[in-house]
Design a protein around this ligand. Structure first.
Ligand code: FAD
Ligand code: EPU
Length: 335
């Protein structure tokens, strides 16, 4: 049954106090297809854990909240496990289940908030790993027809915080399950950031997937604000990629500018550095602001308005463009 005039505050990690005119939580494909028929003329918002969106106003339409549950080992070979996960499962709880079962490959993606269904949307990534590395296929219901389709890895067109579902197929499909191909023999990726140092501090001599997950959790907890305490949606912007020549030019002017070499003469520059240098780190404006430890994270200290956070993001974007000539693009979905 559709609920009317539902408060969304507890359904978004920014903690924005907005309302949806209609709301429906679905647990099966049949329920979803029925809701799509009933809500045919409404604007739709597909909601997972609400950890990558910013509500800038009340939502005058139908919010469909994904509560599909289930984790199933569907196939096994000498090297791999294929695990089908329903889209409404919590991502981090799934990672913990994987670790318990010895399914390797997602340990570096520990503690990322949100649902499994949203993970392929922006190809979630952290600590040197992206979900596309273990992705096999997904199923999704087409909004227009209610039909179920399957998408292979190639169909999804994954990139850095990108997939086909954010481009040509934006707002056309609802992901209902994701099948991952996990490894029997772990391939440890401990070179990124402080993972190795943290494992050393933990006294871990031979890495194992539980230890890597624990190290990632410890690092994340020390860097990122917990949405239960301070409203936020993780990195607000993506890290921009620029041409190597432009990077060299900037380095002549700003010798400390960090950059990570990519293929095709491109360089990725940390947005956090750009925002900090432009003077925004730790700034507060009433009950919203730029986090004091991680300036890529915009925060709501309580009672902040989504539209004000969006305006702050635009001001930051303009100031980074004016200082460095680099365009920042939001990672967060602005609704
Ligand atoms: P939502 O916020 O509910 O939705 C995000 C978008 O996907 C919306 O446009 C929504 O309409 C759409 N959507 C959701 N579910 C479906 C579905 N089943 N079918 C179709 N469309 C759907 N991200 C990273 O990549 N790496 C990180 O390290 C990381 N760290 C974070 C840390 C914090 C503290 C926070 C708050 C966020 C972080 N994020 C990170 C961002 C976020 O956790 C991910 O993007 C996550 O995948 C969002 O999942 P969700 O279920 O909350 O999606
Ligand atoms: N930096 C600063 N000042 C700061 C913090 C960072 O200058 O206060 C610079 C430093 O040069 C540092 C660099 O930024 O080396 C990178 O910082 P960090 O390692 O914290 O990572 P990030 O690039 O800010 C990205 C992802 C995170 C992901 C981490 C770990 C994006 C947009 N963000 O952050 O993902 O967890 O790496 O892999 O790619 C998210 O997407 O929501 C998210 C949190």
């Amino acid at each position: 049954m559709f609920q009317k005039n539902v408060a969304l505050k507890t359904f978004n990690t920014f903690g924005i106090d907005a309302y949806a005119s209609e709301f429906f939580a679905f647990q099966t494909t049949d329920e979803l297809v029925k809701a799509l028929k009933e809500g045919k003329n409404s604007e739709l918002l597909i909601l997972g854990g609400g950890s990558n969106l910013l509500l800038t106003q009340n939502f005058e339409g139908l919010v469909l909240k994904n509560e599909f549950k289930g984790i199933e080992l569907i196939k096994e070979t000498s090297d791999h496990f294929w695990v089908e996960v329903q889209a409404g499962e919590n991502w981090h709880q799934f990672v913990l289940t994987a670790i318990e079962n010895g399914w390797a490959g997602v340990e570096n993606l520990s503690l990322i908030p949100g649902t499994v269904g949203a993970a392929p949307m922006q190809n979630i990534g952290a600590y040197g790993v992206e979900v596309e590395q273990v992705f096999d296929h997904l199923t999704a219901v087409e909004i227009e027809t209610g039909k179920t389709h399957q998408f292979t890895h190639a169909d999804c067109q994954f990139g850095y915080r990108e997939s086909v579902f954010k481009k040509e197929l934006k707002s056309k499909f609802i992901i209902t399950s994701v099948t991952l191909r996990l490894n029997k023999t772990p391939e440890f990726n401990t070179s990124y950031g402080a993972i190795q140092d943290t494992l050393n501090e933990m006294g871990v001599k031979e890495p194992n997937i539980k230890a890597v997950s624990d190290a990632v959790i410890a690092i994340r907890q020390s860097k990122l604000p917990d949405p239960k305490e301070i409203g936020n949606a993780g990195s607000f912007f993506k890290n921009p990629t620029i041409d190597k020549l432009d990077y060299e030019g900037l380095r002549a002017e700003f010798p400390s500018i960090p950059g990570y070499q990519l293929p095709e003469n491109k360089v990725k520059v940390p947005a956090a550095w750009l925002i900090e240098q432009a003077g925004w780190k730790g700034k507060t404006f009433g009950n919203i602001g730029v986090h004091k430890n991680q300036p890529l994270v915009l925060v709501n200290y309580g009672g902040g308005e989504g539209a004000k956070i969006r305006d702050l993001a635009f001001e930051i974007k303009a100031s980074v463009a004016a200082t460095f000539g680099i365009e920042l693009n939001p990672e967060v979905n602005i609704i």
